[in-house]
Design a protein around this ligand. Structure first.
Ligand code: BES
Ligand code: MN
Ligand code: MN
Length: 513
C-alpha cells in the first residue's frame, strides 16, 4: 500500500488523473454540482448512474474510465463511492467506502486523487465529520504490515520496497477534518503494527525500548517501573504473571503534560500481555496463535498517547502500559497461589489464565495513587466471555460515572468504535469473595466479563469489598474487537484493528473543549 497519504492545497488546474465522488443508492439524477465534472470526464458519470455495474450500496466503490479529453495523456478515472440508503447513512459508511477507495486507487496506480464528496453527501453529517471519517477509512484501508515478509513474497510486497505516496486534494470544507484524521491514522497504524509484531520479538523489553524511543520523538515523558522496582513496590500481580516470560515484566508510564495545563490528569491503562498461553491453566492450542493480540489494550494506549502528544491536546494525560508475558516454566505462578497486590488486596489465583486483571490491578492501583487522576479508563482484551456476549462489532464498557460514560459514548459515536454498556453493581463484587484470601481471580462461568470488571474495581481508589469506586472509571473489554478475520465486507484487513486509539483520542480531545 501507499507509503504515505498527504494533503495538498494546490488544486490541479486540469481534471486530475482520478476523482472520487459519492452517491446515495437509487440516485436517479446526477446532483447539479457534479455536472461540470461529468462533462470533463466525457459523461461517464451520468451514463453510469442506474447501470448495474455501478453499485451504490454502503461502502461499495466502482471505478469508471473516460477516454482522454483534449491534451490529457491518460484516461481519467472516476471512483464512485456508494453511500447506501440516505436514511441509513452514518459516518461508518464513509469509512468503509474510503478504505475501499484507497485500496482501489493503489491497485490502479493512482498517485494524485481529488475528493469531490460533499456534493453527493450533502449535509447529512458535518463537513468536519466527513473529513474525519474519510481519512479514518483511508488510513485504515492503507494499513499493511509487511515487516516480516521475506524472500517468498514478491519484492513490491516486502517491507523494504520503495512505495509510492498518494497526494489528496479536497474541498476546503473537509480539509481540516481530513488533516486531523490522517494524523490520528498514523497513531492507529502505530498500534496496529505493534500489535501485529510477533511475540518472539514484541516481548515486554521490546515494548519498553519502543516506548522510550517513541516518547523522545513525539515529546512524551517516559518512565518505566522495571521488575526490580516493581518488586520493591509490591506489584506482585504484574510480577507473578510475568515470572516465566522471556523477558521480565514492566510497567511503562507515558506522560503528556502540556504547558500551562493544570489539574489532575486523565489516566489511561492498557493490558499488554505480549503472549497469553494461559500459564498452567493452559489454553487449548486451537486459536492460541491469536494470543499475540492480548497486548492490544496496551498498544491502543501507546497509539493514543502518540496521537495526543503529536496533536498537542491541551489536557494532561498519563498512559500506563502493563507489559508481561504469560508463559509456563518452573518459575511460573500456579493456581492456588495467593498474591498480595500493590494496594494490599490479596488474591487467590484460581486460573493462571485470568492474568489480565492481575497485571491491570497493580497498574490501576499504582496509577491512582501516584497520579491522582480525575478519571481512569482501562482497555483490555480481558475475557472470552465478552466475545460470546457481544461479538465483534462493539466492545463492552463498564462505567461507574454517568458523565464519563456520556463522554465515551459520544466518542464512540464520532469515531465508529462502538461501545455497549454492561452492568457492574456492588452485588457483583460478592461473587469474587475468597476463602483464604480477600478475593479470587476467577469465579466460574457466570458473567465472566462482569467478574473481570468487578475484580478491577478493587484497585481503582479504595479496597472496599462491597462499594464501587468513587473516582470516575471505565473498563473497556476489547477482546472481541482488537483483531479481525478480515474478509470482503470487513473494514479492516485480517489482523489487528487498533481499536481504542481513535476512541481515546476523541474522548481526550472533547474533554479539552
Ligand atoms: N486474553 C484472554 C481473553 C481473550 C479470549 C481475549 C479470547 C481474546 C480472545 C484472557 O486472559 C483470558 O484468558 N480470560 C479467560 C478468563 C477466565 C479464565 C476467567 C477467559 O475469558 O476464558
Ligand atoms: Mn488469559
Ligand atoms: Mn489474557
Amino acid at each position: 500500500m501507499y507509503k504515505q497519504i498527504r494533503l495538498t492545497d494546490t488544486k490541479s488546474r486540469s481534471t486530475p488523473e482520478a476523482v472520487a465522488v459519492a452517491l446515495f443508492e437509487n440516485t436517479q439524477q446526477l446532483p447539479m454540482e457534479y455536472r461540470r465534472l461529468d462533462k470533463a470526464v466525457g459523461g461517464v458519470l451520468s451514463a453510469g448512474i442506474g447501470r448495474p455495474e455501478v453499485s451504490l450500496g454502503p461502502g461499495d466503490v466502482t471505478v469508471l474510465y473516460s477516454s482522454p479529453q483534449g491534451k490529457q495523456k491518460q484516461p481519467q478515472r472516476v471512483f464512485v463511492l456508494g453511500l447506501g440508503k440516505r436514511e441509513r447513512f452514518s459516518s461508518n459508511t464513509l469509512r468503509a467506502a474510503a478504505a475501499g477507495l484507497v485500496r482501489k486507487a493503489y491497485t490502479t496506480k493512482v498517485s494524485r486523487l481529488s475528493l469531490r464528496l460533499i456534493a453527493g453527501i450533502g449535509n447529512t453529517i458535518s463537513a468536519k465529520a466527513v473529513g474525519r471519517a474519510v481519512s479514518d477509512g483511508m488510513t485504515i484501508g492503507n494499513f499493511e504490515f509487511n515487516t516480516y515478509k521475506g524472500t517468498a513474497t514478491a519484492s513490491d510486497r516486502q517491507g523494504s520496497a520503495k512505495r509510492p505516496s498518494l497526494t489528496v486534494e479536497s474541498e476546503a470544507a473537509i480539509r481540516l477534518g481530513l488533516d486531523h484524521g490522517l494524523r490520528v491514522g498514523d497513531s492507529v497504524a502505530v498500534a496496529r503494527s505493534l500489535a501485529a509484531t510477533p511475540p518472539n520479538v514484541a516481548n515486554p523489553a521490546y515494548l519498553v525500548a519502543y516506548c522510550r524511543k517513541m516518547s523522545r520523538q513525539v515529546g512524551l515523558k517516559c518512565s518505566v517501573v522495571d521488575a526490580q522496582r516493581a518488586g520493591r513496590l509490591g506489584m506482585n500481580g504484574l510480577l507473578a504473571v510475568g515470572r516465566a516470560g522471556s523477558t521480565p515484566p514492566a510497567l511503562i508510564a507515558l506522560e503528556h503534560r502540556p504547558k500551562g495545563a493544570k489539574g489532575k490528569p486523565i489516566l489511561l491503562v492498557g493490558k499488554a500481555v505480549t503472549f497469553d498461553t494461559g500459564g498452567y491453566s493452559i489454553k487449548s492450542s486451537v486459536g492460541m496463535e491469536s494470543m499475540k493480540y492480548d497486548k492490544c489494550g496496551g498498544m491502543a494506549v501507546i497509539g493514543a498517547m502518540h496521537a495526543i502528544a503529536r496533536l498537542k491536546l491541551p489536557v494532561p494525560v498519563v498512559g500506563l502500559v502493563a507489559a508481561a508475558e504469560n508463559m509456563v516454566s518452573d518459575k511460573a505462578y500456579r493456581p492456588s497461589d495467593i498474591i498480595t497486590m500493590y494496594n494490599g488486596v490479596t488474591v487467590e489465583v484460581i486460573s493462571t489464565d485470568a492474568e489480565g486483571r492481575l497485571v491491570l490491578g497493580d497498574a490501576i492501583a499504582y496509577g491512582c495513587e501516584r497520579y491522582k487522576p480525575r478519571a481512569v479508563i482501562d482497555l483490555a482484551t480481558l475475557t472470552g466471555g465478552v466475545v460470546v456476549a457481544l461479538g465483534s462489532y462493539c466492545a463492552g464498557v463498564f462505567c461507574n460515572d454517568q458523565k464519563l460514560k456520556n463522554r465515551l459514548m459520544g466518542a464512540a459515536e464520532d469515531t465508529g468504535e462502538r461501545l455497549w454498556q454492561l452492568p457492574l453493581w456492588p452485588e457483583h463484587k460478592r461473587q469474587l469473595k475468597g476463602t483464604h484470601s480477600d478475593i479470587v481471580n476467577s469465579a466460574g462461568r457466570e458473567a465472566q466479563p462482569i467478574q473481570g470488571a468487578a475484580f478491577l474495581s478493587h484497585f481503582v481508589d479504595s479496597t472496599d469489598q462491597t462499594e464501587l469506586p468513587k473516582t470516575p472509571w471505565a473498563h473497556v473489554d476489547i477482546a472481541g474487537v482488537s483483531d479481525t478475520k478480515g474478509g470482503d465486507k470487513s473494514l479492516y484487513a485480517k489482523g489487528p484493528t487498533g481499536f481504542g486509539v481513535r476512541l481515546l483520542v476523541q474522548t481526550v480531545e472533547a474533554w479539552g473543549r
